[in-house]
Design a protein around this ligand. Structure first.
Ligand code: SF4
Length: 305
């Protein structure tokens, strides 16, 4: 299936320490004087992506639920025949009446909870009440039988608790989870030392989480993003990038600039190393984000034989 990832804009009610969009937000404010697409701009991008063969769209930002025109845009996407995904911090769904308005769209939600406690999650979002609101928002959507992916950005603040976070999602009734390594851009670059852990440190916690989830419930879909195969030996099937293999076309539409081909651009912003040539996973491994070896070097990456 061809898909489009279209940013509504950069307004958000969280202020995550790992957020990658802060530089893009500044650029948008400088070049266009605002940080969000207008209704007509977004509709035009939806239309163009549909004409271009995309049958699935992800509403992303920033935080989509802050938009007053969100239902109008969802209606338009539905009229074009899109399958709709939404990346959200889920806080607005704390209000059940608000959540109920979204059920006609058959949305697949990706909702981020970066900790299993308010203290941990809010040390990352830097927004008071965000844990309770997101938690209740997820509960409301689960009660309304909506499809949800739990999302976690792994960081120095939570990596020892990935298992506990996965347990929280399971207890909430979520059967799909994705854990992503932080991309050191924007806030994540600015706060690199507080955010980005070393792969060698997080490896055992990732494996422990997979063992726990597999034991607990085999029906759960679990994936780990931007964790190279050399840290996933024995757990290779959980490498998230495997889902990109094949001919799927993915359009990425930031606020300004040309539409990007995520299948190509993603490889350009990741790194591989000379030792990778000796690795059995060289042809399918994408390596880490480019910023990682600039800080931590390349010695951790050992070819798998
Ligand atoms: S190709 Fe390189 S980065 Fe990827 S698994 Fe092998 S050694 Fe690690």
């Amino acid at each position: 299936m061809n898909s489009a990832d279209i940013k509504l804009g950069y307004s958000c009610n969280n202020n995550c320490i790992h957020c990658v969009i802060t530089d893009q937000k500044k650029n948008a404010l400088k070049t266009r004087g605002n940080q969000d697409r207008t209704t007509e701009e977004y509709k035009k991008e939806l239309y163009n992506s549909r004409i271009n063969g995309c049958t699935s769209v992800t509403f992303t930002g920033g935080e989509p639920t802050l938009r007053k025109d969100l239902l109008e845009l969802l209606n338009y996407a539905k009229s074009l025949g899109f399958r709709i995904n939404m990346q959200t911090n889920g806080r607005a769904f704390y209000y059940k009446k608000f959540a109920e308005r979204f059920t006609p769209f058959n949305i697949t939600y990706t909702i981020a909870l970066h900790g299993h406690t308010a203290e941990m999650h809010e040390s990352i979002t830097r927004s008071k009440e965000s844990f309770g609101q997101t938690f209740k928002g997820i509960k409301n959507l689960v009660e309304l039988k909506q499809k949800i992916w739990g999302k976690v950005v792994i960081s120095k603040k939570n990596y020892k608790n990935l298992k506990n976070i996965s347990k929280m999602f399971i207890d909430l009734g979520i059967l799909n989870m994705n854990f992503a390594f932080p991309h050191a851009q924007g806030n994540a670059w600015k706060h690199f030392d507080k955010v980005v852990p070393k792969y060698t440190k997080i490896k055992k916690y990732i494996h422990e989480t997979i063992d726990y989830v597999e034991f607990y419930n085999k029906n759960i879909t679990l994936s780990f993003e931007t964790i190279p195969f050399c840290f996933m030996v024995g757990y290779e099937k959980y490498v998230s990038e495997l889902k990109f293999k094949g001919n799927k076309h993915i359009e990425l539409k930031q606020l300004d600039g040309k539409t990007k081909d995520w299948q190509k651009i993603r490889l350009q912003i990741k790194s591989k190393f000379k030792q990778c040539k000796k690795c059995k996973y060289d042809s399918i491994c994408e390596g880490p984000w480019k910023e990682y070896p600039k800080k931590y070097g390349i010695r951790e990456f050992s070819p798998v034989s």
